[in-house]
Design a protein around this ligand. Structure first.
Ligand SMILES: NC(=O)C1=CN([C@@H]2O[C@H](COP(=O)(O)OP(=O)(O)OC[C@H]3O[C@@H](n4cnc5c(N)ncnc54)[C@H](O)[C@@H]3O)[C@@H](O)[C@H]2O)C=CC1
Ligand SMILES: Nc1nc(=O)c2c([nH]1)NC[C@@H]1CN(c3ccc(C(=O)N[C@@H](CCC(=O)O)C(=O)O)cc3)C=[N+]21
Length: 332
């Protein structure tokens, strides 16, 4: 009698488990506030993915005691609508769904949102802090944490949950010794993620359609922040087998990560809304996380809570980038 083919030893980890842990932390924080934080979402496009994300965020907010208002506006009104929300004391956080103009005007709009209400961390000051590995808005007193982009941070929270972050090591170095592949180098998710992982001590291969870059803090983590080296001529075949973690976020249903390149026992995470890994990933991976959307939304709520806490400390420094009409008023 032949033994039945054993099922694979791969553990499929659903993101709700990580989301639940973070939710507990968020709900503890909520208890310290007098009133529930109010998030306002601006929808100024006809993108079904954006609408779906907005509705999903609304549902999560309402379930866990946050207020959410969806404001549908036209492209011509969006700039004034954001400025009004900046000045409105009843609004704690603002999320603008992109793309709207699908050109540099979108970057312009990202910089209009008041830094004290920017839940996605798209303000210049937050992006600068992230790439420069500056973790606090007030580096001397270290009371106000800088805000990080939600999807990138959601990937990090999953790696923490999976104990890829080694808590024996000091905070800031906890990925030392890990080699991580990130397939996607967009400005909103992939490049920030590669930088954050490298700033935490990992060796990161950042893969996009044009080639591969290596992000590290140098040998023995000698540098304070990551550096980037172009790996001319390298392909996924050269780097994927070196990686103990592979994170993929390629849009579209055509792309599949070539799982024959995976190192035995690698941890695989998909953040694309499509399935970047086929079912055969379970033959090779030790842990597979098929989607992360639930964690992303809880991280958004966590960022909102952090904004309220930062504002309560009432000494938000008016950095150069925030010196706009209305800003001081909104912060006071
Ligand atoms: N934009 C967002 O905030 C969020 C996006 N997502 C999901 O993540 C996915 C990616 O989103 P974005 O980064 O905004 O997309 P994007 O289109 O801006 O970037 C896609 C990235 O994938 C790379 N890429 C495309 N084809 C490739 C290939 N064959 N091999 C290697 N790299 C390739 C591109 O070079 C680029 O770096 C989508 O499925 C989206 O739904 C999930 C959560 C949030
Ligand atoms: N400023 C801004 N920030 C965004 O984050 C942003 C945006 N604009 N514009 C629109 C896109 C789209 N987007 C989605 C993320 C997750 C799912 C999603 O539902 N993900 C589920 C899978 C869907 C399902 O459950 O069927 C998951 O990953 O678990 C959908 C859409 C965020 N976006």
């Amino acid at each position: 009698m032949s033994a039945p083919k054993s099922s694979t030893s791969c553990k499929v980890m659903l993101s709700k488990h990580v989301a639940n842990v973070l939710l507990e932390e968020v709900q503890e924080g909520l208890k310290t506030l007098e009133k529930p934080p109010h998030l306002v979402g601006f929808l100024a496009n006809n993108d079904p993915a954006a609408l779906m994300y907005a509705q999903w965020t609304q549902k999560t907010c309402e379930e866990y005691g946050f207020r959410y208002s969806l404001r549908e506006v036209s492209r011509d009104e969006i700039e004034e609508a954001i400025i009004a929300a900046n000045a409105d004391a009843d609004v704690d956080g603002i999320i603008v769904y992109y793309p709207i103009f699908n050109n540099r005007q979108d970057q312009y709009l990202q910089q209009i949102v008041d830094i004290s209400k920017d839940v996605e961390g798209l303000s210049h000051q937050y992006i600068f802090n992230m790439y420069q590995n500056i973790r606090f808005l007030d580096p001397e007193t270290k009371r106000q944490k800088s805000i990080l982009p939600c999807t990138s941070l959601a990937n990090i929270k999953i790696l923490e949950y999976l104990n890829i972050y080694n808590t024996i090591l000091p905070y800031g170095n906890r990925l030392h010794g890990h080699t991580i592949c990130v397939v996607n180098r967009s400005e909103v998710v992939g490049r920030p993620l590669a930088a954050l992982l490298a700033n935490d001590g990992a060796c990161v291969y950042s893969v996009d359609i044009t080639g591969i870059q290596k992000f590290t803090r140098g040998e023995g983590l000698k540098n304070r922040r990551h550096e980037v080296v172009d790996m001319e001529g390298a392909t996924l075949k050269d780097v994927a087998p070196l990686c103990d973690v592979v994170i993929s976020g390629v849009p579209g249903d055509k792309y599949k990560f070539d799982t024959s390149l995976l190192r035995e026992g690698a941890v695989c995470i998909n953040f694309s809304s499509e399935k970047n890994f086929g079912p055969e990933v379970k033959e090779k991976a030790s842990i597979f996380v098929p989607s992360i959307g639930k964690v992303t939304i809880v991280v958004l709520l966590r960022n909102l809570l952090r904004l309220v806490q930062n504002r309560r400390m009432d000494n938000v420094k008016p950095a150069a980038a925030t010196e706009r009409p209305g800003t001081l008023e909104a912060n006071s």
